[in-house]
Write a protein that binds this ligand. Structure first.
Ligand SMILES: [Zn+2]
Length: 339
């Protein structure tokens, strides 16, 4: 087996390891075919985001089943194409013992605090694998984890139809969330500092798309909502945009969901939150919503085309990562083909 191990910021090496045997816990072996690397993976590589070392990067991956522990009982067969859900419940916390695995308090996150997908073979629990239907390409299936993540955010906000929802994001995730809002008959207001992403959003039918660099965002949101501001707001924590300014777009009593991790330190404006009586929640994964996400991507309810910047081969990964600027992979991802 071969894998790329990150041992320190900017230091990644190709290692060989002995073949592994399946266990009761890790009862399915997947041959990884493609891995998608995005902004957060690059931040971990650069050391901008704090992670553990050594670690194998890579969260979003598709592959084929190469072996199962219980061939006759497994819902999977050899050569089934699967998308990997890169979160593993601990199996020991009170929530896991009650069977609420999606609420696990010690979720292992592959590619962050547990070894991820930049390798040729991986052993996983079957519950982390989801079959890819024939009509869905591997390239599109790689974006399923993003869609599942956004679905969990939408679920947590419980948004009535027709609601204006401001989405603050500096990456592709904002376009995906905006498309989902539109599909569920809400009115997304996409706010970003990335002109290319804003243009793509408009082409996908997102009518309100504002640039934090050139537009007066609070004014635009006031106009778009007829002076009411937004009752529901989504703020992706990797946005290059101050949360103080995000709160300016919230109506009194609004709910705001913060998605993902913050790679830029910042103060939390407590006074603004209390004075506006805001409800704040947080979501960082798509656990529980993978089957719905697969369906939405397979039926083109969410368009994930044109979100790949470049395709590279597994063996050239170190050179390719070295050549990237820290601001790269914002709106588009890097696709790594494992052979
Ligand atoms: Zn647990």
């Amino acid at each position: 087996m071969k894998l790329w191990k990150l041992t320190a910021p900017h230091t990644i090496s190709l290692e060989q390891s002995e073949p592994t045997s399946l266990t009761e816990q890790n009862n399915i072996k997947i041959r990884i075919e493609q891995v998608l690397l995005g902004k957060y993976d690059l931040a971990l590589y650069n050391g901008v985001a704090k992670g553990k070392y050594p670690v194998v990067l890579g969260k979003n991956a598709v592959g084929v089943v190469s072996e199962t522990l219980n061939e006759h009982e497994s819902p999977f067969q050899k050569m089934n194409r699967v998308v990997v859900e890169p979160f593993i419940p601990c199996g020991q916390c009170p929530q896991c013992l009650e069977g609420s695995f999606t609420k696990c308090a010690n979720l292992l996150e592959l590619g962050y605090n547990e070894d991820g997908m930049l390798r040729d073979f991986v052993d996983l629990p079957e519950g982390c694998c989801h079959k890819i239907p024939d009509i869905l390409s591997d390239e599109k299936a790689l974006f399923v984890p993003y869609v599942a993540f956004c679905l969990n955010i939408l679920d947590s906000l419980d948004i009535p139809k027709g609601t204006h929802v401001a989405v603050f994001s500096s990456s592709k995730i904002g376009i995906i969330a905006s498309q989902l809002l539109k599909y569920y008959q809400c009115v997304p207001i996409f706010v970003s500092n990335d002109e290319e992403a804003l243009k793509a959003a408009k082409e996908l039918g997102i009518f309100y798309a504002f640039n934090t660099e050139t537009d007066d965002v609070k004014h635009e949101v006031l106009v778009a909502t007829g002076g009411r501001l937004c009752d529901k707001v989504i703020y992706f924590a990797n946005s290059l945009y101050s949360i103080k300014d995000v709160l300016d777009c919230c109506a009194f009593n609004a709910s705001i969901c913060i998605g993902g991790y913050n790679t830029v330190a910042g103060n939390f404006p407590i006074t603004k939150i209390t004075q506006k009586h805001l409800n704040i929640s947080g979501i960082y994964n798509g656990c529980g919503n993978y089957p719905s996400a697969i369906n939405l991507v397979a039926t083109n309810k969410v368009n994930v085309e044109n979100l790949i910047e470049k395709t590279i081969s597994f063996d050239n990964l170190d050179q390719e990562l070295q050549s990237l600027e820290s601001t790269d992979l914002g709106y588009k991802s890097l696709l790594v083909k494992v052979d």
